[in-house]
Design a protein around this ligand. Structure first.
Ligand code: SAM
Length: 196
Protein backbone atom coordinates (compact mmCIF):
# COMPACT_ATOMS: atom_id res chain seq x y z
CA UNK A 1 0.00 0.00 0.00
CA UNK A 2 2.84 2.40 0.84
CA UNK A 3 4.34 1.80 -2.61
CA UNK A 4 1.00 2.53 -4.28
CA UNK A 5 0.52 5.75 -2.33
CA UNK A 6 4.06 6.85 -3.13
CA UNK A 7 3.43 6.22 -6.83
CA UNK A 8 0.14 8.17 -6.72
CA UNK A 9 1.82 11.06 -4.91
CA UNK A 10 4.74 11.15 -7.35
CA UNK A 11 2.32 10.89 -10.30
CA UNK A 12 0.21 13.86 -9.17
CA UNK A 13 3.37 15.87 -8.38
CA UNK A 14 4.52 15.22 -11.94
CA UNK A 15 7.54 13.18 -10.87
CA UNK A 16 6.46 9.79 -12.19
CA UNK A 17 4.47 8.67 -15.24
CA UNK A 18 1.31 6.56 -15.06
CA UNK A 19 2.10 2.83 -14.98
CA UNK A 20 1.40 0.58 -17.93
CA UNK A 21 2.20 -2.90 -19.21
CA UNK A 22 2.04 -1.90 -22.87
CA UNK A 23 5.11 -0.79 -24.79
CA UNK A 24 5.28 2.28 -27.01
CA UNK A 25 5.55 -0.01 -30.06
CA UNK A 26 2.36 -1.83 -29.03
CA UNK A 27 0.47 1.45 -28.55
CA UNK A 28 1.72 2.69 -31.92
CA UNK A 29 0.53 -0.57 -33.53
CA UNK A 30 -2.93 -0.18 -32.01
CA UNK A 31 -3.00 3.40 -33.28
CA UNK A 32 -2.66 2.18 -36.88
CA UNK A 33 -6.09 0.49 -36.73
CA UNK A 34 -8.24 3.28 -35.32
CA UNK A 35 -9.20 5.18 -38.48
CA UNK A 36 -12.85 4.75 -39.37
CA UNK A 37 -13.75 2.93 -36.12
CA UNK A 38 -16.84 4.22 -34.36
CA UNK A 39 -17.44 1.91 -31.39
CA UNK A 40 -14.31 0.79 -29.57
CA UNK A 41 -13.79 -1.24 -26.40
CA UNK A 42 -10.80 -1.57 -24.09
CA UNK A 43 -10.91 -4.36 -21.50
CA UNK A 44 -8.49 -3.59 -18.66
CA UNK A 45 -7.85 0.15 -18.30
CA UNK A 46 -5.53 0.10 -15.25
CA UNK A 47 -3.99 3.63 -15.15
CA UNK A 48 -5.28 4.59 -18.58
CA UNK A 49 -2.05 4.86 -20.56
CA UNK A 50 -3.34 2.79 -23.50
CA UNK A 51 -6.82 4.30 -23.07
CA UNK A 52 -5.35 7.76 -23.57
CA UNK A 53 -3.31 6.60 -26.58
CA UNK A 54 -6.43 5.17 -28.21
CA UNK A 55 -8.44 8.25 -27.19
CA UNK A 56 -5.94 10.44 -29.01
CA UNK A 57 -6.51 8.51 -32.26
CA UNK A 58 -10.30 8.43 -32.18
CA UNK A 59 -12.26 9.66 -35.18
CA UNK A 60 -14.88 12.40 -34.87
CA UNK A 61 -17.92 11.01 -33.04
CA UNK A 62 -16.23 7.72 -32.08
CA UNK A 63 -16.75 6.31 -28.58
CA UNK A 64 -14.20 4.25 -26.63
CA UNK A 65 -15.66 2.22 -23.76
CA UNK A 66 -12.96 1.60 -21.12
CA UNK A 67 -14.01 -1.40 -19.03
CA UNK A 68 -12.33 -2.12 -15.70
CA UNK A 69 -13.80 -2.97 -12.28
CA UNK A 70 -11.54 -0.28 -10.78
CA UNK A 71 -11.54 -2.11 -7.46
CA UNK A 72 -11.02 0.25 -4.52
CA UNK A 73 -8.07 -0.24 -2.18
CA UNK A 74 -8.07 -0.26 1.63
CA UNK A 75 -8.96 3.43 1.85
CA UNK A 76 -12.01 2.89 -0.34
CA UNK A 77 -10.40 4.73 -3.26
CA UNK A 78 -9.35 3.34 -6.63
CA UNK A 79 -6.21 5.34 -7.33
CA UNK A 80 -5.89 3.76 -10.75
CA UNK A 81 -9.22 5.25 -11.80
CA UNK A 82 -8.13 8.74 -10.66
CA UNK A 83 -4.92 8.43 -12.66
CA UNK A 84 -6.74 6.95 -15.68
CA UNK A 85 -9.24 9.82 -15.66
CA UNK A 86 -6.41 12.34 -15.64
CA UNK A 87 -4.50 10.50 -18.38
CA UNK A 88 -7.57 10.52 -20.62
CA UNK A 89 -8.37 14.18 -19.91
CA UNK A 90 -4.81 15.21 -20.74
CA UNK A 91 -5.07 14.22 -24.42
CA UNK A 92 -7.00 15.93 -27.18
CA UNK A 93 -9.61 13.62 -28.65
CA UNK A 94 -12.13 14.04 -31.42
CA UNK A 95 -14.15 11.24 -29.87
CA UNK A 96 -15.32 10.34 -26.37
CA UNK A 97 -14.03 7.99 -23.68
CA UNK A 98 -16.62 6.38 -21.38
CA UNK A 99 -15.47 4.36 -18.36
CA UNK A 100 -17.55 1.33 -17.43
CA UNK A 101 -16.57 0.30 -13.87
CA UNK A 102 -17.45 -3.36 -14.32
CA UNK A 103 -15.97 -6.72 -15.28
CA UNK A 104 -15.90 -7.29 -19.04
CA UNK A 105 -18.71 -9.88 -19.07
CA UNK A 106 -20.92 -7.59 -16.97
CA UNK A 107 -20.46 -4.71 -19.41
CA UNK A 108 -21.54 -6.48 -22.61
CA UNK A 109 -25.00 -4.89 -22.63
CA UNK A 110 -23.61 -1.42 -21.76
CA UNK A 111 -21.87 -1.25 -25.12
CA UNK A 112 -24.54 -0.49 -27.69
CA UNK A 113 -24.75 -1.72 -31.28
CA UNK A 114 -21.91 -2.90 -33.44
CA UNK A 115 -18.35 -2.98 -32.13
CA UNK A 116 -15.54 -2.42 -34.61
CA UNK A 117 -12.46 -2.46 -32.35
CA UNK A 118 -11.63 -4.36 -29.12
CA UNK A 119 -8.38 -4.27 -27.14
CA UNK A 120 -8.27 -7.11 -24.59
CA UNK A 121 -5.91 -6.73 -21.62
CA UNK A 122 -8.00 -7.68 -18.59
CA UNK A 123 -8.25 -11.10 -16.97
CA UNK A 124 -5.31 -13.14 -18.29
CA UNK A 125 -6.39 -16.45 -16.73
CA UNK A 126 -7.48 -19.28 -19.04
CA UNK A 127 -11.08 -18.88 -17.84
CA UNK A 128 -10.96 -15.10 -18.26
CA UNK A 129 -9.58 -15.04 -21.80
CA UNK A 130 -11.83 -17.93 -22.89
CA UNK A 131 -14.88 -15.98 -21.78
CA UNK A 132 -13.68 -12.66 -23.22
CA UNK A 133 -12.89 -14.26 -26.57
CA UNK A 134 -16.27 -15.96 -26.74
CA UNK A 135 -18.18 -12.82 -25.66
CA UNK A 136 -16.36 -10.15 -27.64
CA UNK A 137 -15.35 -12.00 -30.81
CA UNK A 138 -19.08 -12.53 -31.36
CA UNK A 139 -19.70 -8.78 -31.08
CA UNK A 140 -17.15 -7.62 -33.64
CA UNK A 141 -18.27 -6.64 -37.16
CA UNK A 142 -16.74 -8.09 -40.33
CA UNK A 143 -13.63 -5.99 -40.96
CA UNK A 144 -13.38 -5.15 -37.24
CA UNK A 145 -10.20 -5.51 -35.18
CA UNK A 146 -9.40 -7.43 -31.99
CA UNK A 147 -6.02 -6.74 -30.39
CA UNK A 148 -4.93 -9.03 -27.55
CA UNK A 149 -2.18 -8.20 -25.09
CA UNK A 150 0.01 -10.87 -23.44
CA UNK A 151 -0.40 -13.38 -26.25
CA UNK A 152 3.24 -13.51 -27.40
CA UNK A 153 6.56 -13.82 -25.58
CA UNK A 154 8.83 -10.81 -26.09
CA UNK A 155 11.87 -9.32 -24.37
CA UNK A 156 9.54 -6.84 -22.65
CA UNK A 157 7.18 -9.60 -21.49
CA UNK A 158 9.35 -12.68 -20.82
CA UNK A 159 6.77 -14.37 -18.53
CA UNK A 160 3.88 -14.26 -20.99
CA UNK A 161 4.18 -18.01 -21.73
CA UNK A 162 2.90 -18.72 -18.21
CA UNK A 163 -0.38 -16.87 -18.80
CA UNK A 164 -3.72 -18.31 -19.82
CA UNK A 165 -3.99 -15.59 -22.47
CA UNK A 166 -0.88 -16.98 -24.22
CA UNK A 167 -2.02 -20.61 -23.95
CA UNK A 168 -5.52 -19.86 -25.24
CA UNK A 169 -4.19 -17.71 -28.07
CA UNK A 170 -1.97 -20.56 -29.27
CA UNK A 171 -4.60 -23.31 -28.83
CA UNK A 172 -7.72 -21.49 -30.08
CA UNK A 173 -7.59 -17.83 -31.13
CA UNK A 174 -4.78 -18.25 -33.66
CA UNK A 175 -6.83 -21.00 -35.39
CA UNK A 176 -10.24 -19.28 -35.30
CA UNK A 177 -11.42 -19.43 -38.94
CA UNK A 178 -13.46 -16.19 -38.57
CA UNK A 179 -10.26 -14.16 -38.07
CA UNK A 180 -6.98 -13.46 -39.81
CA UNK A 181 -3.82 -12.60 -37.83
CA UNK A 182 -2.59 -9.26 -39.20
CA UNK A 183 0.51 -8.68 -37.10
CA UNK A 184 2.27 -9.26 -33.77
CA UNK A 185 4.23 -6.54 -32.00
CA UNK A 186 6.03 -7.34 -28.74
CA UNK A 187 3.36 -9.23 -26.75
CA UNK A 188 0.43 -7.89 -28.78
CA UNK A 189 -1.48 -9.83 -31.48
CA UNK A 190 -3.80 -7.99 -33.86
CA UNK A 191 -6.54 -9.88 -35.70
CA UNK A 192 -9.23 -8.85 -38.16
CA UNK A 193 -12.66 -10.41 -38.51
CA UNK A 194 -12.98 -11.68 -42.06
CA UNK A 195 -16.31 -13.53 -41.95
CA UNK A 196 -19.45 -13.96 -39.85
C1 SAM B 1 -2.61 -5.53 -17.15
S1 SAM B 1 -3.73 -4.38 -16.52
C2 SAM B 1 -4.20 -3.45 -17.94
C3 SAM B 1 -3.12 -2.55 -18.43
C4 SAM B 1 -3.58 -1.49 -19.37
N1 SAM B 1 -4.27 -2.03 -20.55
C5 SAM B 1 -2.43 -0.64 -19.84
O1 SAM B 1 -2.26 -0.48 -21.03
O2 SAM B 1 -1.68 -0.14 -19.01
C6 SAM B 1 -5.14 -5.35 -16.23
C7 SAM B 1 -6.38 -4.58 -15.79
O3 SAM B 1 -7.50 -5.39 -16.08
C8 SAM B 1 -8.47 -5.24 -15.09
N2 SAM B 1 -9.31 -6.43 -15.15
C9 SAM B 1 -9.09 -7.66 -14.62
N3 SAM B 1 -10.09 -8.50 -14.95
C10 SAM B 1 -10.95 -7.78 -15.71
C11 SAM B 1 -12.18 -8.08 -16.36
N4 SAM B 1 -12.73 -9.30 -16.32
N5 SAM B 1 -12.81 -7.10 -17.04
C12 SAM B 1 -12.25 -5.86 -17.14
N6 SAM B 1 -11.09 -5.53 -16.55
C13 SAM B 1 -10.46 -6.47 -15.85
C14 SAM B 1 -7.68 -5.03 -13.80
O4 SAM B 1 -8.45 -4.32 -12.86
C15 SAM B 1 -6.46 -4.24 -14.30
O5 SAM B 1 -6.66 -2.85 -14.15
Amino acid sequence: MVRTLLHVLKYFLGNEPASTQTTQAERAAVGRYLAGRKCLVEIGVFEGVTTAAIGQGLDEGAVLYGIDPFFAGRLGICWGKLIATREVNRVRSRGRVVFLPKLSYEALSDVPGEVDFVFIDGDHSLEGITRDWSDWSARIVVGGIIALHDTRVSIHHPNTAQLGSFAYFESHIRHDPRFVLLEQVDSLSILQRKSA
